[in-house]
Design a binder for this molecule. Structure first.
Ligand code: FAD
Ligand code: NAP
Length: 537
């Protein structure tokens, strides 16, 4: 047999968001050559694509920031507790410049297929424009929320006004002044768009199919004093995040709802409701996300807040979810969202009962009537977690594609590797703690773990390593156990792969519910034991 020349690169990374950028940096550090292939025209991932008005963090900026470089931490200062998208995009551009990352990134290149070659023991990666590259390792950094979904509505292409999906927002400014704007979708994105558009719009119509439980973001500028405090305690901030269940600065408290009196509970929740960020969700009594009774109490408290804030009682009731409790779907964080419905130029149309029937050249028709519109915003979400994978023809050692392999639900080891797909690593993949996390905290863990694995693999002189079926079965059982105890497992949302516009896969467990510390412990046990869940091929 003719000896095969070494591959062009040690690794191909798909995606140049928070994950891909850090992965490239780490590969370089350990002396592995890499190329990043990115569909967008620049770095940033989520923050490159989601340019819709109002897009911003719901993680505290200084907890979302990379932790790996002291110098970077010193040089970059966030202006707000929850930075808006343009600032985050600037930050990721700053990181790319500082570490000279762009020179190894091929932009405007959407990967369409990746095939493992058993003879050469390498991945052959092909893009839509014909670009082709081979590498020993394939690392996906394609994002959990990067495959936007449009609604299935008759006549959607006939609309003669402007229309945009929030994750494909144009780079030029879009004006709403004097316009009749319709928004479909009231998840975290829809809520951010609605409260921003309402500031300048002529007339706003929100087509709401299902309300969500929202809570105040309580954002504000970071004062000089606060900045000094953040800089002085940044290491402690990261330590707290890494020790918390969700990688946030907020973590559940020791007490359960039943351990305190009604009055104490009420006071605590009042306090949380006025505090910045996810405290009301992740910094709550430890039973509110697992016990239906505890959750109902919190849900009633939040419903009361909505009733207080919305003037029209009928509108208030339409905004209150009745099919799930607070925190069992991703909580949209808001700033004056409920007060928008007190504006005389804003109308809430309930399309849960009387659905949208079609989109016409002039606007949106529901069973209740027709609304003339100049602009439609589709805040209709994503094919979450597995969507970006399903859009690439990944083929490993077996017959089927990765999409087919995961057809009945993902089967992975630690959410980073799948049997039958050697030398392939899935950052923020399904069944990985990073999917339910203040993501950069988990992303850094993912990337560091994969990098360490590759270094060890190089040391051992491996050609190929593959997750074993036994280990994947055990991990999948563990993942299901961690998720099933959470109330969110019983509710339709992207957490469970549900976007009602998707018909090609059933609801399934996509998250890891054990939390960051347990996940890290499991990952560390695997590396400390020299990777027993992987076979050399
Ligand atoms: P992404 O940022 O999604 O990057 C993936 C990249 O891969 C994209 O640039 C994409 O173009 C590229 N790609 C995908 N498929 C291909 C392909 N086939 N070929 C080539 N390139 C490809 N998380 C938080 O923790 N806190 C927040 O406050 C927060 N806010 C969010 C706000 C919005 C609007 C959204 C949508 C998500 C938010 N998230 C938040 C989640 C966010 O996705 C993560 O924080 C983080 O950005 C994920 O980084 P990533 O690099 O893993 O993926
Ligand atoms: P989403 O939560 O999936 O919400 C999609 C919305 O579109 C839902 O309200 C859905 O209604 C509605 N919808 C879809 N098709 C429809 C149709 N045909 N008719 C009427 N309504 C329709 O998506 P998202 O809001 O983009 O958020 C996704 C995730 O991104 C968030 O959960 C969060 O993790 C992340 N994100 C974070 C932030 C942040 O604050 N940092 C901001 C935005 C997004 P149904 O529920 O009835 O299907």
């Amino acid at each position: 047999m003719t000896p095969v020349p070494p591959p062009e690169f040690d690794a191909v990374v798909i995606g140049a968001g928070v994950s891909g950028l850090y992965q490239l940096h780490r590969l370089r550090e350990v002396g592995l050559s890499a190329i990043v292939v990115e569909a967008g025209s620049d770095v940033g991932g989520t923050w490159y694509w989601n340019r819709y008005p109002g897009a911003r963090f719901d993680s505290e900026s200084y907890t979302y920031t990379y932790s790996f470089s002291e110098e970077l931490l010193e040089e970059w200062s966030w202006s707000e507790h929850f930075a808006a998208q343009p600032e985050t995009l600037r930050y990721l551009g700053f990181v790319a410049d500082k570490f000279d990352l762009r020179r190894d990134i091929r932009f405007d290149t959407r990967v369409s297929a990746a095939t493992w070659d058993d003879d050469t023991m390498r991945w052959v990666v092909v893009a839509e424009d014909g670009f082709r590259v081979e590498a020993r390792y394939l690392i996906t950094a394609m994002g959990p929320l990067s495959a936007p979904v449009m609604p299935i509505i008759d006549g959607i292409d006939s609309f003669e006004g402007e229309s945009f999906h929030t994750a494909r927002w144009p780079h030029e400014a879009v004006s709403f002044e004097g316009k009749r704007v319709g928004v479909i979708g009231t998840g975290a994105t829809g809520v951010q768009v609605i409260q921003e558009v309402a500031k300048t719009v002529g007339r706003l119509t929100v087509f709401q199919r299902s309300p969500n439980w929202c809570a105040p973001l309580n954002n504000g500028p970071i004062t000089e004093e606060q900045q000094a405090e953040i800089k002085a305690t940044q290491a402690e901030i990261f330590r707290r995040c890494n020790a918390s269940y969700g990688g946030f600065i907020h973590d559940s408290i020791r007490e359960k709802t039943v351990d305190v009196s009604d009055a104490q509970r009420h006071e605590f929740w009042e306090h949380r409701y006025r505090e910045p960020g996810f405290g009301i969700w992740f910094g709550n009594y430890r039973d509110v996300l697992v016990s239906p009774e505890a959750n109902q109490k919190l849900t009633d408290f939040i419903a009361g807040k909505i009733r207080d804030r919305v003037d029209n009682p009928t509108v208030a009731e339409t905004l209150i979810p009745i099919d799930h409790g607070f925190g069992t779907r991703r909580v949209p964080m808001e700033t004056g969202y409920y007060e928008v419905y007190n504006q005389s130029n804003v109308e809430l149309v309930d399309v849960g009962d009387r659905p949208i029937t079609r989109i016409t050249p002039a606007g949106i028709e529901t069973e209740a009537g027709h609304w003339d519109l100049d602009l439609i915003v589709f805040a209709t979400g994503f094919d979450a977690v597995t969507g970006a994978f399903d859009r690439v023809d990944f083929r490993g050692t077996g017959e089927g594609t990765l999409k087919e392999t995961w057809g009945d639900g993902p089967q992975t080891v630690l959410g980073v590797s799948t049997p039958g797909f050697p030398n392939m690593f899935t950052l923020v993949g399904p069944h990985n703690a990073a999917t339910f996390c203040n993501m950069p905290r988990c992303i850094e863990q993912n990337v560091d773990w994969v990098t360490k694995f590759l270094v060890r693999s190089r040391e051992r002189g491996d050609n190929g390593v593959e997750a074993t079926h036994e280990a994947a079965e055990a991990w999948t059982v563990h993942v299901h156990e961690t998720v099933e105890r959470l109330l969110l497992s019983k509710v339709d949302s992207w957490f469970n792969g549900v976007n009602h516009n998707l018909t090609d896969h059933p609801p399934r467990v996509l998250l890891y519910g054990g939390g960051l510390p347990l996940y890290r412990e499991r990952c560390d046990a695997e590396s400390d034991a020299d990777y027993p869940s992987f076979a050399r091929i």
